[in-house]
Design a protein around this ligand. Structure first.
Ligand code: TMP
Length: 214
């Protein structure tokens, strides 16, 4: 039975392509929420649990990952999500915590569905099974053009992971996939222009969150 009952906490997810500034925005929002007296927990996907972190390693950096099929990739992301929803997210929401997710089900729809090209009905069904009704009340999509995002990733000078090493066309599909989802679910998924300075983007993030909490 899906769990759709309202909880005392709040569930917010951040989405966006590599280089969109998600980590910075999550840090700034966390600080501001804590200053306002809220208990905040940040969880990342894939990962966030012991099982999930092992899956993250398999997906991102292990040499076995090189031979991974898109179907296996989809199911591994879903497995990590099924675990974090039940082990962490639901208990935190019950305890009244403001939970910030660094990626959630929309990443799967976009990366495995729109970008890898797996059938969207299968991806959506697997997503639904993994979350079992635990949907974010708000999803903030940090939208950035592919060229700027590409420059930001390459400017770090660090070694790129399996997904970051995809060609620019892949990230164009990711961007368009996200915009498509946001158009289909405008109440939940709100698009934020991530091209401005981090402080300016944060003010928009804060305004969107405050409007939901009011
Ligand atoms: P990141 O958390 O550092 O952005 O890395 C996660 C990577 O995994 C990123 O390239 C997006 C990708 N990803 C998927 O392809 N599907 C998913 O369901 C999730 C959560 C992430």
């Amino acid at each position: 039975m899906p769990d759709t009952s309202p909880t005392p906490g709040f569930l917010l997810s951040f989405e966006g392509s590599e280089g969109c500034g998600k980590s910075t925005q999550i840090r700034l929002l966390r600080e501001r929420l804590e200053q306002s007296g809220r208990k905040v927990e940040v969880l990342r996907e894939p990962g966030g649990t012991e099982i999930g972190e092992s899956i993250r390693h398999l997906l991102q950096h292990s040499k076995e990952g090189a031979a991974m099929t898109p179907e296996a990739e989809l199911l591994l992301f879903a497995a990590s999500r099924a675990q974090i929803v039940r082990e962490k997210i639901r208990p935190l929401l019950e305890a009244g915590v403001f939970v910030i997710l660094d990626r959630f089900l929309d990443s799967t729809s976009v990366y495995q569905g729109h970008a890898r090209g797996l059938p969207l009905d299968a991806v959506n069904a697997i997503n639904r099974f993994a979350i079992g009704g635990t949907l974010p009340q708000l999803t903030l999509l940090l939208d950035l053009d592919v060229q700027t995002a590409w420059q930001r990733i390459h400017a770090t000078g660090r070694e790129l992971d399996r997904m970051e090493s995809q060609p620019p066309e892949f990230f164009e599909k990711v961007r368009q996939g996200y915009l498509h989802l946001a158009a289909a679910e405008p109440q939940r998924i709100q698009v934020i222009d991530a091209n401005a300075a981090p402080e300016a983007v944060h003010e928009v993030v804060w305004a969107r969150v405050a409007a939901k909490l009011a």
